[in-house]
Design a protein around this ligand. Structure first.
Ligand SMILES: Cc1cc2nc3c(=O)[nH]c(=O)nc-3n(C[C@H](O)[C@H](O)[C@H](O)COP(=O)(O)OP(=O)(O)OC[C@H]3O[C@@H](n4cnc5c(N)ncnc54)[C@H](O)[C@@H]3O)c2cc1C
Length: 412
């Protein structure tokens, strides 16, 4: 272990940066500084108030199997509540539909309870933290993998927690990402509807943790120079560090880091989805708190509503989730949303707030084939620099925490 006084700087005070800070403190490190560009901690765990109650603009759901996330919440004395079971699938005219037909159900359960466990056992290495050494069969698209393994109904079901949750489309993205996310306990939680939400708001968790650390907000990093020690220059100070953890989007670091050739090449390959969350005050919505529109779960329906979520049954504020294409701006999406909502018989009374998230950092299938993750992992520790966050282990809170804990265990 390094000296307790090792000066460790973490760029980004989201779930990844703050859970790395927690793990470092647990190991006895005392000299930890976090630099955050916003005025708040939490990143994509972002809550807001309306009529004195909290709502989410980013992360909502805690799968019941998220042991690390749930431990953090309970250590802080915060609470979770069950996610509403009042959910349904709808067609584009607002009529409730079944995603998996009655006749298909036995086949669906066969795929989930027999085939999936078998495949997850066969490819169990994928559940270790990170994406190094992915089995060749998991590099292909998830669509191809499901076809190869006769998982058509599982694929149809999974779309409601993949496309709708901003993770893109099965014909374009590597199986490695989805199979890691769709581990059996998570799938069971979706089927049995036993997930949780943050009672006091997801942002509150990270705000409370940030209060325990030296987090410096509204930091604009001008440059980072890595020699014997690491010099971080912001608009207000020059910080000298021994170790640097990048917990911000790695391509953002291209703006300030003295990148080596490898870093520059790898960081430039990262792709994102333009994932929008709109909080709207609504009238005449279908009477379900969570609604999915599976007809919009495909790339040709970008800009359309994929699902909605009503947090409180007595407040007409709904969240709507949309993946946009690169040419769609907020006003274009709003236009499409109005049409979608008209079709299901609902109307927008007022737009309350919205956010565009640079979401689901991932790389192309070809880059995975070309050992992107092996190369990225081999850079961990070079120039006293480390990387954590969604890209390294998939985009949900538990995965992000898992990777940060593992990185600290491996290197500090
Ligand atoms: C709409 C939406 C819904 C979601 N729903 C769920 C859900 O239901 N369940 C779930 O588990 N997960 C969900 N997620 C995903 C989850 O929120 C993220 O995977 C997780 O919060 C990512 O944490 P992170 O720290 O890796 O990244 P981020 O949260 O993006 O944190 C990165 C931090 O770095 C900061 N930063 C960036 N650039 C710089 C810079 N130059 N200098 C300093 N700081 C910088 C950012 O401001 C931010 O605070 C959702 C996400 C979104 C957007």
């Amino acid at each position: 272990m390094l000296s307790n006084n090792t000066r460790i700087g973490i760029i980004g005070a989201g779930a990844a940066g703050l859970s790395a800070a927690l793990a470092l403190r647990k190991k006895g490190y005392k000299n930890i500084t976090l630099l955050e560009k916003e005025v708040y901690a939490g990143g994509k765990c972002h809550s807001f108030d309306y009529q004195g109650r909290n709502f989410e603009l980013g992360a909502v759901v805690i799968p019941y199997c998220s042991r690390k996330t749930l431990n953090i919440i309970s250590d802080l004395g915060l609470k979770v509540a069950p996610l509403t079971k009042d959910r349904a699938f709808f067609n584009s005219s607002g009529e409730q539909i079944e995603l998996i037909g009655k006749l298909e159900q036995i086949q669906f359960f066969w795929q989930v309870f027999v085939k999936l466990p078998y495949l997850q056992f066969k490819y169990r290495k994928i559940f270790q933290p990170g994406f190094k050494n992915i089995n060749d069969e998991l590099i292909q698209s998830f669509e191809g993998f499901c076809k190869q393994n006769n998982l058509d109904l599982f694929e149809k079901f999974s779309n409601s927690v993949c496309a709708a949750y901003g993770y893109g489309y099965f014909d374009q993205v590597s199986t490695a990402y989805y199979l890691k996310f769709l581990k059996l306990p998570l799938v069971l939680a979706v089927i049995t509807q036993t997930d949780f939400i943050f009672l006091e708001g997801s942002a509150n968790v990270w705000k409370k943790i940030a209060e325990q650390f030296d987090v410096r907000y509204q930091q604009h990093i001008n440059n980072i120079k890595r020699n014997e020690t690491i010099e971080v220059e912001t608009q207000t100070e020059v910080l000298e560090l021994d170790k640097l953890i990048l917990a911000c989007p790695l391509d953002n670091a291209l703006n300030f880091l003295d990148t080596a050739l490898d870093e520059e090449e790898l960081f430039s390959k990262i792709k994102y989805n333009k994932y929008w969350s709109f909080a709207l005050i609504m009238e005449n919505m279908p009477k379900k708190s969570i609604g999915y529109l599976p007809s919009n779960f495909s790339p040709d329906k970008q800009g359309h509503i994929m699902c909605w979520y009503r947090r409180y049954p007595d407040i007409n504020l709904y969240n709507f989730y949309v993946i946009a294409n690169n040419s769609q701006e907020e006003q274009d999406i709003e236009k499409i949303m109005i049409e979608d909502l008209n079709q299901i018989g609902a109307t927008i009374k007022e737009k309350y707030v919205s956010a565009e998230w640079k979401y689901f950092p991932h790389v192309d299938i070809l880059d995975i084939e070309n050992k992107f993750y092996e190369r990225l992992e081999s850079l961990q520790g070079m120039n006293n620099t480390y990387f954590v966050g969604e890209l390294l282990n998939f985009s949900y809170i538990e995965a992000v925490i898992e990777y940060s804990y593992d990185l600290v265990k491996r290197f500090f």
